[in-house]
Design a protein around this ligand. Structure first.
Ligand code: NDP
Length: 475
């Protein structure tokens, strides 16, 4: 971590402090303590409707060929009742419970029992035991980074089964998709509820817990910052990476296998989705140590938002393009396919380079070259709960000089490319770009609010130097 520190004994537990001439909640830079009515309303809305949204999307593919409008028309015209749709929905099965239990147990074993060996032979890969960022309570956690290894082992076994062992069909995920949805929900709710109870009764680090006093907010946004079981089983790293992101590429492979089974071929659009999303997933695992410094790990507490979101929202809604292409096998013209591939790759390049620039800058404390020059930066300081003062730097060069979140812009370009592979026949595959735009715009605002609380006047100097958030000259 590039932050240097200096102890300021008397300022320890103050909730408000005046620093750099600006009144801010400097020791409050973690998640909010007070819940405003808008946050509460959003949280209640999501708690009630997010599971229904996932169900609606998956059901509309299963029963309505991925049309989002036909179920509504059927219901409004009285052609069907809710009970008809519900009765046609596959239920939880023993087979799905078996598959899901084996899957999660296997990922737990890979996470906990096999220390990373990839960093020993892959040049440039950072794996093994790594440190996270300083938490608001001033703790620096250690993590076993072995996600790339888990991803490789899982996929080697997947291909070995598909081509040699034939123990199960590669379409197994698609074939059990709705029964598996119930399993994912059970795990998502179980882990979020457990995390809440754990936060109250046996937190891993009591100083990094936050209680707003609002049950729904605490359940959704989490109490504990880094809940763990034992020394190494970290909830955030495991649930986001393993049942969530390792599954992403397997789910897409299962969709491709289903296309092959149904139509005797895999369309170029399905290959594009598998390749572009595969690059994104591999990038995540190659840079898992970097991920320790992202907002999910550095700032978000572990609640339903991450627990249920990683188990259900991510695997079910991030893979909608592949699911859609099983029902609508789009074969793109060469020019369209190349255009989409270019958009996806340029988006990925911007996403990766922007993240890389910040990572390099922070790792070297600014002693590096960005686009061939020494980077410009704003010096800033902040305090942790125990009153320790830290110094940090905000870069104003490279992509970080163009906009304050150009990494999000690259991510959005890639997201649009996934959606475009599906053509323009239906709305459903475009959910992803709409969702990512809302998520990342909201994230910009949330992050900037937090950075202002953390850095005070220094953050204002930074926003004056880099005035745009996502698109230079526009937003
Ligand atoms: P960032 O990687 O942009 O991290 C933001 C943090 O970086 C800030 O809180 C601040 O932290 C630090 N920072 C901000 N500006 C500067 C600067 N100029 N110089 C140095 N440090 C700076 O955000 P995320 O963690 O949200 O995103 C990481 C990546 O993950 C993004 O590319 C995003 O697109 C992607 N993502 C993907 C999602 C998905 O669902 N597919 C969801 C969320 C993110 P500090 O307190 O250390 O100063």
């Amino acid at each position: 971590m590039a932050a240097h520190q200096e102890k300021k004994p008397s300022e320890g537990r103050n909730r408000k402090s005046t620093q750099n001439g600006t009144q801010t909640s400097q020791v409050q830079w973690g998640r909010a303590w007070e819940v405003d009515w808008f946050s509460l309303a959003s949280i209640l809305f999501l708690l009630m409707f997010a599971p229904l949204i996932v169900y609606y999307f998956i059901m509309s593919c299963d029963q309505y060929q991925c049309s989002l409008i036909d179920p509504v028309i059927d219901l409004l015209t009285g052609n069907k009742h809710l009970s008809d749709i519900w009765n046609k929905t596959p239920t939880l099965t023993y087979r799905a419970v078996g598959i899901y239990t084996l899957w999660v147990a296997f990922q737990v074993v890979l996470y906990v029992c096999i220390p990373d060996f990839c960093h020993k032979f892959l040049p440039g890969y950072v794996g093994g035991v790594q440190e996270g960022a300083v938490t608001p309570a001033g703790v620096v956690n250690k993590y076993e980074i072995n996600g790339l290894q888990a991803w490789i082992i899982t996929h080697v076994l997947w291909f070995a089964n598909a081509y040699y062992f034939h123990c199960f069909s590669p379409t197994i995920i698609f074939d059990n998709w709705i029964p598996l949805l119930w399993c994912a929900n059970i795990l998502g709710y179980a882990v979020s509820t457990f995390a809440m109870i754990k936060g109250y009764f046996f937190p891993t680090n009591a100083k990094d817990c936050k209680f707003t006093g609002n049950f729904f907010y605490d359940y959704m946004m989490g109490i504990e910052f880094n809940p763990r079981i034992g020394k190494w089983f970290d909830f955030k790293l495991f649930f986001n990476g393993r049942p969530g992101i390792v599954a992403w590429t397997l789910i897409n492979l299962s969709y491709a296998a289903k296309q092959q089974e149904l139509y005797g071929q895999v369309t170029n659009s399905m290959i594009l989705v598998n390749v572009l999303q595969g690059i994104y997933v591999l990038d995540f695992f190659w840079n898992e140590a970097w991920y320790l410094k992202t907002i999910d790990i550095c700032h978000d507490h572990f609640g339903w938002y991450l627990g249920w979101g990683d188990c259900v929202w991510l695997p079910y809604l991030y893979t909608l393009q592949g699911l859609y292409l099983v029902y609508h096998p789009v074969q793109l013209g060469t020019a369209n396919a190349v255009g989409i591939l270019m958009l996806g790759l340029i988006g990925y390049y911007i996403f990766r380079m922007t993240n890389h620039q910040k990572d390099l800058f922070r790792r070297t404390n600014g002693n590096c070259k960005i686009w061939g020059k020494k980077p410009g930066y704003i010096e800033c300081s902040y305090m942790s709960v125990d009153g320790t003062k830290y110094y940090s730097k905000l870069m104003t060069s490279g992509f970080w000089g163009w906009a304050r979140h150009f990494n999000y812009t690259g991510d959005l370009m890639g997201s649009l490319a996934y959606c475009l592979t599906c053509g323009f026949g239906h709305l459903l595959p475009y959910f992803y770009i709409v969702y990512m735009t809302i998520l990342l715009t909201h994230r910009c605002i949330r992050d900037e609010h937090r950075c202002f609380s953390k850095y005070g006047k220094d953050w204002k100097r930074y926003t004056a130097a880099v005035p745009y958030r996502l698109l230079p000259g526009i937003f």
